[in-house]
Design a protein around this ligand. Structure first.
Ligand code: HEC
Length: 134
């Protein structure tokens, strides 16, 4: 009986330490530096562009990112790395960052480069929309 308790304890410790690691990995994750040709860009469109951006987002991005951009779209569930919660990310990054990532994607992940598929105007509309996510 003591042996069983001991095993339970060990499993408990392993689970707790695994959880601890994953939380600290999120906290310590550092966002990449925006390349200089994107770094100083600001959205040339007005905030009204978020309306058109929202339509593109729902048809093109929501399958992975979720309709509210929280990273919970049906096609996003199985991805590694998973899509980030854009409502949180947008508070931490510049317009240039969002424009860069949507244009060039995130190499080695399911986030492809959308430049060439979408126009610069559409990418700025998406950037305006992502700014409205809560
Ligand atoms: C096939 C699934 C998929 C689709 C479709 C998709 N994304 Fe992503 N996206 C991802 C994944 C996965 C990541 C996380 C990449 C990473 O962690 O580096 C991501 C990351 C991002 C990021 C943040 C990048 C960063 O630096 O953290 C933004 C912004 C983004 N996507 C916007 C969009 C927009 C806008 C669209 C629609 C035009 C879109 N995504 C379509 C899967 C997708």
């Amino acid at each position: 009986m003591k042996k069983v308790l001991f095993i339970f304890l060990c499993v408990g410790v392993i689970i707790i330490s695994a959880c601890g690691e994953s939380t600290s990995a999120i906290n310590e994750s550092v966002l990449p530096t925006v390349p200089s040709n994107y770094a100083n860009l600001t959205n040339p469109l007005s905030t009204d562009a978020a309306i058109a951006g929202g339509e593109i987002f729902q048809s093109t991005c929501a399958t992975c990112h979720g309709s509210g951009g929280h990273g919970d779209g049906p096609a996003g569930a199985a991805l590694n790395p998973p899509p980030k919660d854009l409502s949180v990310l947008q508070l931490q990054v510049s317009d240039g960052y969002l424009f860069w990532r949507i244009s060039e994607g995130s190499p080695g992940t399911a986030m492809v480069a959308w430049r060439g598929i979408l126009t610069d105007e559409q990418i700025w509309q998406l950037t305006a929309y992502i700014r409205t996510l809560k």
